[in-house]
Write a protein that binds this ligand. Structure first.
Ligand SMILES: [Zn+2]
Length: 272
């Protein structure tokens, strides 16, 4: 494939954009197996803080207890990843302590709108990431009072512990025959990824191309777009209290720990 590298070549990583909510980066010298392992590890290896259960003391709102608890459970929470331990690895042996769980309290009386930011945390580093999510509207005289307990866990148990939405795509490689004289780049590619040079289509901005194939259709097959599986663009959006960079590093660390354990056990078995 044009521009493809062998899987033995070393990585070359370029950060395209990065902030607290999203990171985009391009990796050359990768292959789909590694890219997919990283994507899957953001679901199966990254510990995230979320509410595990809710004790409802009083609820005279229009929402059933189950619905109220479900809405509260899906609120993303900030947390310091170095401060907390997953409950199954904690010294308290799963009983629940300061190191492995955080209590949040919600007490409101109507008329008012109850927002995620109304949850009062017993540890200031654990609080709703955004705060503006509406939990319930209370009419005059309606009340809710509840205690919620947040713990670290992973998305393979429940979606409320999902760390990120991760997508990746292959880098576009374009091959073009001589186009008609009236060919128009913005009509061939409304996303603006193409331009025409010396009568042929070339990539103007590879990051705008999502390999949709519209240019192939509109040029009657004179343009061919293929993805290069050795050059992959990642797009990672955080949906938890970690930054996207922390999520990537935590996913890689999870893979490393699993492989280390695999190697240790495999070697031990060979010695038997
Ligand atoms: Zn504990």
């Amino acid at each position: 494939m044009a521009g493809a590298r062998t899987s033995s070549s070393s990585f070359d990583i370029k950060i395209l954009e990065s902030d607290n909510g999203r990171i985009r980066f391009e990796v050359s010298g990768i292959n789909p197996a590694i890219a997919n392992a990283i994507r899957r590890a953001t679901y199966s290896e990254v510990y995230v803080m979320a509410i595990e259960y809710v004790d409802i003391v009083k609820n005279t709102s229009a929402l059933y207890n189950e619905l109220l608890a479900h809405r509260i459970g899906l609120i993303p929470l900030t947390f310091d990843p170095l401060r907390y331990t997953p409950r199954e690895k904690c010294d308290c042996k799963g009983e629940g302590c300061m190191k492995c769980q955080v209590k949040l309290v919600l007490k409101k009386k109507g008329p008012c709108v109850v927002y995620a930011r109304d949850l009062e945390s017993t540890n200031p580093d654990v609080r709703p990431v955004y705060g503006g999510e509406i939990i319930v509207k209370l009419l005059d005289g309606q009340e809710i009072e509840l205690e919620a307990v947040a713990i670290l866990d992973k998305a393979d148990r429940h979606a409320r512990w999902q760390s990120a939405v991760v997508g990746y795509q292959y880098y576009p490689v374009i091959e073009s025959e001589e186009l008609d004289g009236n060919a128009n780049a913005s009509k061939l590619c409304p996303k603006g990824a193409l331009e025409i040079k010396d009568g042929k289509a070339v990539v103007k901005d590879p990051y705008l191309c999502d390999l949709c194939g519209l240019c192939e259709e509109r040029s009657n097959g004179k343009i061919k777009v293929v993805g290069d599986p050795s050059r992959i663009i990642f797009n990672i959006e955080s949906v938890c209290g970690l930054t996207p960079a922390q999520i990537v590093l935590s996913a890689i660390n999870g893979i490393r720990e699993r492989l280390q354990e695999f190697e240790n056990q495999f070697k031990a078995q060979l010695k038997k």
